[in-house]
Ligand binder design. Structure first.
Ligand SMILES: [Fe+2]
Ligand SMILES: [Fe+2]
Ligand SMILES: [Fe+2]
Length: 406
């Protein structure tokens, strides 16, 4: 099994959760950083601090559209979006072995101290991680970008205190008030070194290298697929198809696992594109297509820091490159496209043709074959990979049937 430095993975890939109309925010990093500070003040053990980090750094994974994310930036969030993103985040993380506990904590990360929560929990029955994240999350949304941070302390702490005992755990409010006396903690939040500060704040030696890459990839594939109703299983389909192709082309188990992870994450950069463009029913304008072109650029740079030794970013992000050099956005040429990248590209085309789209039903083999042959003749896709794909239609059919049942 490919194990991965999970801190490195989560710090970089969780940035994908922070893109919205207002640009790239640091919401997940800030909430993770403040919750470590509060957790330490509470005297949590190192394993507890590590668990708190894992949850905090992905806590809003359930807010998949830009609209949802913006609604959460209000201090008082309506109950609709409030519970919907908790529930969805829970479903994304649930059943992923290394994230099961985080799923339960994500579910309650906006629970009110006084009760009235869908979880049924009240006061100190609410899991502590949920109470911590709820409080520091609301502190973060009160920060204004255009006002010096230290001038905001009194206003923010005053607002938070008015909700001690109703919205927030009053003991935690008192404790956070004490630790937020330190100026540097506020300065850290808006500092260019926030990522480094967060690394320093994490418990030493816990979590490093202990998490399965495919597990973590699965979570983010669910987030990407949920962004549009038409692609709710697209990443899964590309991953299963890519693994079949890898096996047929002689990849070993570890390489197949890397293919699976790369395919699960291939469209990660789509989180930087507004839904209005992704879901548009009809041809895209040139400007809209420019937006589409950026998605694999972001896939690449979100994944690049994850591992130095494995070609994860390349395999994932080169799926719109072409052998003739006319793909996007890196304009790679044949010699620069490894077999792994060619497999993910072909698996992506196959899945896109096979699934239903708003303007057409999924295609059958004769039509799929014709399109693939054109793409080989045009030097978009690799001949050997396409021949393997066409020769594997039975396996792909069985896979597709299983996928459609889930
Ligand atoms: Fe939230
Ligand atoms: Fe949040
Ligand atoms: Fe794509």
């Amino acid at each position: 099994m490919i194990k991965i430095d999970s801190v490195r993975f989560l710090l970089s890939v969780s940035r994908s959760l922070d893109f919205t109309y207002t640009g790239l925010l640091d919401h997940h990093k800030r909430v993770a950083y403040l919750s470590q500070a509060l957790g330490r003040a509470l005297g949590l053990s190192e394993p507890e601090l590590w668990q708190l980090f894992k949850t905090a750094i992905i806590h809003d994974a359930g807010a998949t559209t830009w609209k949802e994310k913006n609604m959460l930036l209000e201090f008082e969030v309506n109950d609709g979006p409030r519970w919907a993103h908790c529930r969805k985040g829970y479903e994304f993380a649930h059943n992923i072995p290394t994230l099961d506990m985080s799923a339960d904590e994500i579910l309650v990360h906006h629970d009110r101290w006084m009760g009235g929560n869908p979880s049924g929990f009240v006061k100190d029955r609410i899991p502590l991680a949920g109470r911590i994240i709820h409080l520091v999350d609301r502190i973060d949304v009160l920060i204004q970008n255009n006002v010096p941070i230290l001038q905001q302390r009194d206003r923010i702490m005053h607002e938070v205190k008015t909700k001690a005992g109703t919205e927030f755990d009053p003991n935690l409010v008192e404790l956070v008030h004490n630790i937020m006396q330190r100026d540097s903690l506020w300065l850290d939040l808006v500092s260019p070194w926030l990522g480094e500060r967060l690394m320093d704040a994490l418990p030493a030696n816990i979590g490093l290298g202990e998490v399965s890459l495919v597990d973590l990839a699965r979570l983010f594939a669910r987030v990407v697929d949920a962004k549009s109703p038409f692609t709710y299983r697209h990443s899964k389909g590309v991953a299963s198809s890519a693994v079949i192709l890898g096996q047929e082309l002689g990849f070993n188990n570890e390489q197949c696992e890397l293919l699976e992870a790369a395919a699960l994450l291939h469209d990660l950069g789509k989180v930087t594109i507004p839904e209005a463009i992704l879901d548009k029913n009809g041809p895209l304008t040139a400007n809209e297509f420019n937006f589409i072109k950026q998605h694999t650029y972001y896939t690449y740079w979100l994944l690049k820091p994850v591992t130095k030794d494995l070609p994860l970013a390349q395999w994932a992000a080169f799926h719109h490159e072409r052998l003739d050099g006319n793909g996007y956005p890196f304009q790679k040429v044949e010699a620069e496209l490894s077999l792994g990248a060619r497999i993910v590209a072909a698996a992506d085309v196959f899945t896109a043709l096979r699934e239903d789209r708003p303007y057409r039903l999924g295609m059958q083999w004769p039509a799929i074959e014709k399109i693939f042959q054109e793409k080989v003749a045009d030097r978009a896709l690799d001949k050997e990979v396409v021949e393997t794909l066409l020769a594997s239609r039975e396996k792909l059919d069985i896979m597709w049937e299983q996928l459609s049942k889930n």
